[in-house]
Design a protein around this ligand. Structure first.
Ligand SMILES: Nc1ncnc2c1ncn2[C@@H]1O[C@H](COP(=O)(O)OP(=O)(O)OP(=O)(O)O)[C@@H](O)[C@H]1O
Length: 293
């Protein structure tokens, strides 16, 4: 799935929340979005899910089945845990029994009869995970999935993520607590000053026949430089945000590209981008299943 020169702001005259996002979420890979509080991580994830629509630019090739676990599971719905999950299964054309393995695996058995508003944050988060995974997602979006989870449940996240990527799905996850350490080989994106930049760990060791060349470019040219270097077959190890901006390069390939540009637009959609396949039962928390746009 590709963010093609995506800009976003919450209202027509509001400041931009995201500038010119141009990046690809790769199938079979985990992409972790890093950034301080309020940087725009949740906004980016909601754009990926189709819950928000770009103000400018377009999101291409969204997988047909998207599992989205928002930062706060919207528990204020008139269901028990079991009733909700079975309703979600039905929406997806699955038998009611499809929820059983997830109830077991996520340790929800004691909570099946509990009304959603009465669940603890962590348990509600697990219900959110279960609904997102009922159908194997082509794209799994997890917004701070570790929040509120007990230690045992936290260990499940890397397993669930690995199962999706092993099946060829992409995972996009936000993290402001450093939990990325539990997701080896993740592609890292960082959002600073409304701008998304791919970051590759600086300790990525060059092969024996490679050298590292440090290049200083103008801040405004950094993303375009990454693109040009990548197109030339070099492996871009990172873009440092501190002054001076620097791009370090060795020969090889880069997992992602990033460059600047602008494209015309639409304003924010109040709901999911494509209502076609969405659940009317859970308007605040859709599992977005839609055709590619
Ligand atoms: N519905 C909204 N309407 C207007 N502004 C919003 C809305 N949601 C978020 N914002 C603003 O957009 C900016 C980015 O918020 P966002 O929630 O995407 O950041 P974040 O990186 O996920 O932060 P956190 O880690 O605290 O969740 C913030 O300034 C926030 O106040």
């Amino acid at each position: 799935m590709r963010f093609d020169k995506v800009w976003f702001r919450y209202a027509r005259r509001a400041p931009w929340t995201l500038h010119d996002v141009d990046a690809t979420v790769q199938p079979g890979r985990v992409t972790v979005v890093l950034g301080h509080n309020g940087a725009g991580k949740s906004t980016l994830l909601q754009l990926a899910a189709g819950v928000l629509r770009p103000s400018r630019g377009v999101i291409r090739d969204r997988p047909r089945t998207v599992g989205w676990v928002p930062e706060r599971f919207p528990a204020a719905q008139p269901f028990t845990t079991l009733g909700y999950l079975r309703a979600m299964a039905e929406v997806r054309g699955l038998p009611a029994s499809a929820v059983d393995p997830w109830i077991d695996r996520l340790n929800l058995t004691a909570h099946v009869g509990t009304a959603l508003p009465d669940l603890s944050k962590g348990t509600a988060q697990k219900v959110g995970l279960a609904q997102a995974l009922l159908t194997p997602p082509g794209l799994l979006i997890l917004d701070e999935p570790w929040e509120g989870l007990d230690a045992q449940s936290r260990e499940l996240i890397p397993q669930l993520v690995a199962e999706v990527t092993t099946g060829g799905g992409a995972v996009l996850v936000s993290d402001h607590r450093g939990e990325i350490a539990t997701l080896p080989n993740a592609v890292r994106w960082t959002i600073t000053a409304q701008t998304l930049t791919p970051v590759v760990p600086s300790d990525t060791a060059p092969e024996s026949d490679e050298v590292v060349v440090e290049v200083v470019v103008r801040r405004d040219d950094a993303a375009a430089a990454v693109d040009r270097l990548s197109a030339a077959g070099h492996r871009v190890l990172g873009v440092r945000e501190k002054t001076p901006a620097a791009v370090r390069v060795t020969s090889g390939t880069v997992p992602d590209a990033h460059h600047t540009g602008e494209r015309a637009a639409g304003e924010r959609a109040p709901g999911a981008a494509d209502p076609g396949d969405r659940s009317s039962l859970v308007p605040a928390n859709p599992l977005v299943e839609e055709d590619q746009r």
